[in-house]
Design a protein around this ligand. Structure first.
Ligand code: GLU
Length: 421
């Protein structure tokens, strides 16, 4: 069978091609030369499969889409305390290049506006602009799973006209947010923005975030869970310039756009998405890019606030296995699923001595679910005098130590179960 996904993407692309409002950015002279008719879309799954349509292999400069990734690198290189001490996480509701800092502290409001991104750049490892930009290029190449390079023409073109970003840099230096030469930091930031990427690359980078910081193809961990959560949170609240509220309600996934016409979106655990089309709307977001995302959200139910209830489906059934009570569990168990299991067990009238939990069809257990489950095991054992057996061939319930000396017997298959009496 031919996969329906590429055909679907092509159809969406053709529909959104009709939206030709807006204009290409021209404040960076080189961007004004972009072909405004280009349009592309790419999706990459957490197991590394990419689906592309349109001009997905045409290169353009990453621009502001570099900001969330640089923020992740700064968290890695300088630590949370230093980064949060210098850059806030509040949406500013202002344009990306607004020259405004928090009253009192002089901190930029968030890392997605230029002031915050310039400060972020200075917190990546490296003693000068070239070293920090190189650090960024190397990390992004790992995320894209190919060697990326800078668009030297975009870089020099923006550097020649960077008066506004230099003004921001000097203000940050005045407040001590930048601790080194603002000319050098702004130069490095502009070089970072000039990294040349394709829509396919961006979807791979977005999928790395969707996959909790692990590159989907190579399996290499590029970022810790907490840093990914932090990056996605600021993307969600501050990623779409001054249209963050519109975006949250209409599309509802963490995203970041850039003035060259790219937008990435990350649906945690499910997919990394990238789109590209150079004409921008009044907020500075790609006109067709926004349309593409709106369409995908409507068709595919991507909005983060649209989540089906998961609790009930975790419990496959409560049956008898001989004289033992058998609870079969399945799927991915998080708080709501664990609550459903614990409730069913608490409400069940459990006769006999043996209780079996079959978790052989469970493929994930969150930390809170594991703790709730083991507490139920502890209570069944110590309060109710039951013997608990776990059918767990893959060790999905990691270290099943329920505390107070209680440890359920773990067996690989139900057939291996031997009743207590
Ligand atoms: N390099 C651009 C600037 O600082 C990035 C802007 C953007 O993509 O929003 O003006």
């Amino acid at each position: 069978m031919r996969s329906p996904i590429p055909d679907y993407l092509q159809e969406v692309l053709e529909d959104c091609r009709l939206a030709d409002g807006g204009a290409v950015a021209d404040y960076i002279p080189d961007l004004a030369r972009a072909n405004p008719d280009r349009i592309a879309i790419a999706l990459t799954t957490p197991d590394g499969v990419s689906y592309c349509a349109g001009d997905a292999d045409v290169a353009f400069s990453i621009q502001s889409i570099s900001k969330p990734f640089a923020y992740g690198i700064a968290l890695l290189d300088s630590g949370f305390d230093t980064v949060l001490g210098k850059i806030g996480v509040e949406p500013s509701g202002e344009a990306f290049n607004e020259i405004s800092l928090e009253v009192g502290t002089g901190r930029p409001r968030n890392p997605m506006i230029n002031a915050g991104a310039i400060a972020t750049h200075s917190l990546m490892q490296g003693s000068n602009a070239d070293e920090r930009a190189e650090r960024f290029r190397e990390r992004m190449s790992l995320a894209a799973n190919r060697e990326l390079s800078f668009d030297e023409s975009v870089f020099t073109s923006e550097l020649d006209t960077a008066y506004r970003n230099l003004a921001i840099g000097y203000m940050l230096r005045t407040h001590g947010i930048l601790e080194s030469d603002p000319d050098d930091v702004v130069r490095g930031y502009i070089r970072q923005c000039a990294l040349s990427v394709t829509t396919r690359d961006l979807s791979m980078m977005a999928a790395t975030l969707a996959n909790g910081g692990v590159q989907p193809v190579t399996g290499r961990r590029l970022s810790g869970d907490r840093a990914v959560r932090q990056v996605l949170s600021v993307m969600m609240t501050c990623g779409m310039y001054d249209a963050a509220g519109d975006w949250m309600t209409a599309v509802g996934i963490p995203a970041k756009s850039g003035v060259a016409g790219g937008i990435i979106g990350v649906l945690p655990g499910q997919v990394g998405i990238a789109v590209f089309s150079p004409r921008l709307d009044a907020h500075g977001n790609s006109t067709r890019g926004v349309k593409l995302f709106e369409r995908l959200t409507d068709d595919m139910g991507l909005h983060l606030m649209e989540v089906p209830p998961v609790g009930r489906s975790v419990l496959r059934g409560h049956t008898m296995h001989g004289d033992a009570h058998l609870f079969g569990l399945q799927g991915s168990i998080r708080f709501a699923g664990a609550e459903a299991v614990v409730r069913q067990v608490a409400d069940a009238d459990i006769s006999g001595d043996d209780v079996i939990f079959d978790v052989s069809r469970v493929h994930g257990v969150s930390d809170v679910a594991r703790r709730m489950f083991l507490e139920a095991v502890r209570r069944l054992t110590l309060d109710d005098g039951k013997r608990v057996t776990l059918v767990d061939p893959d060790g999905i319930v990691h270290n099943p130590d329920a505390g107070d000396g209680v440890r359920p017997e773990v067996i690989a298959e139900l057939a291996g179960f031997r009743p207590r009496s």
